[in-house]
Design a protein around this ligand. Sequence first.
Ligand code: AMP
Ligand code: GLY
Length: 422
Amino acid sequence: MKILVVGGGGREHAIVKKLKENQTITELYCLPGNGGIAADAVCVPIAATDLDGIVSFAREHQIDYAVVAPDDPLALGAVDRLEAVGVPCFGPRKDAAVIEASKVFAKDLMKRYGIPTARYESFDSLDAALAYLQTAPMPIVVKADGLALGKGVIIAQTLREAEEAVRAMMTEKRFGKSGERLVIEEFLEGPEVSVLSFTDGKTIVPMVSSMDHKRVGEGNVGPNTGGMGTVAPNPYYTPELAKRCMDEIFLPTIRAMAQEGRSFKGCLYFGLVLTKDGPKVIEYNCRFGDPETQVVLPLLQSDLLTVMQAVTEERLAECPVRFSTDSAACVIMASKGYPGAYEKGLPITIPAELQAQVYVAGAKENNGSLVTAGGRVLGVTALGKDLPEALERAYKAVKQVHFENAYYRRDIGALALAAKEG
Ligand code: AMP
Ligand code: GLY
């Protein structure tokens, strides 16, 4: 089998690594991939959003199956384009990817189908949004409608901050077209859980739960990032909650999408807050999470390609999907300064013998060695029989990996461990 993975970050490295366990794969390509993924797949410098380039490549290389991992190509219709030339894909079509690409769509869907989420209003006029804020309780959450690299969400503590956020999005167009419409919603309190799931539009199989750490600073302070580390499973997500989420959120969501004529096939990601009134959705993603994938896929015991093909062919109900009962922890090593400005081109050394897996997110090859090339550089993942063991191994490995000005949070998993104790 000739397989193509679209994307080039730590998530794609984890997907590539897992796919490689399948012995029927003879050729594995990653577009564009990166300097680290190049050790596991043939990386070709075609951007993930260059749909013409991706389609021509797939035809030229007679690709048998494609996995489209990032949100942008999915929202642009990469799956529709590849399917049109006969390449079966893992990932939703454009009309289903809208569940992530438009927050207004997602919120309206949840309202119409009674799926629990934060109360909200959507706006496409500045005056109406500002007027609404005058009577809204604080804190409040302002979200740009479209994709904004995870940065289009502002949690405003005061009326002034909320007004600034609305103006930044609607008047200054800080997120371009993504901010022309926005959602203003109730602030939800409680532990967050990420649940990635496989779904073929009829059956939904949740993967092991996880917890992201979005803020840059220890103790969950500072600006939001793409994610500074993850643990799995998430101890707040009990079997009782999992059952409730299946009945109240997961099944209703895939049924709603089918009802709307937007049947969702691929990985559907549920970002949940466990409030005192029960689990509520704060976001849907139409793809694997990053860095959730770096802890979830290493725990998958079933063959990933087999499960993905069952999704594509709508046979998921017959396909066993098994996860290990071990724990996993991923610590992101970032460039100092991220999510602001940072230096690039610093040499990275990764010892050959590590009790961990290093997923490469932002690095490129330079004269035969690996150098930093992004904000999030590496994701160091370790497994263990329980969370303390996984964390200990991950942090031990982090100390053995080196690049100048590496920054990482030392408290990944701390909140999860507190749940276990409490
Ligand atoms: P999103 O881009 O929608 O994932 O939002 C980024 C982060 O902002 C989430 O992971 C939450 O930590 C936070 N967030 C988003 N919406 C809410 C909300 N309604 N209440 C509390 N926190 C939120
Ligand atoms: N880690 C959150 C996301 O992938 O959106």
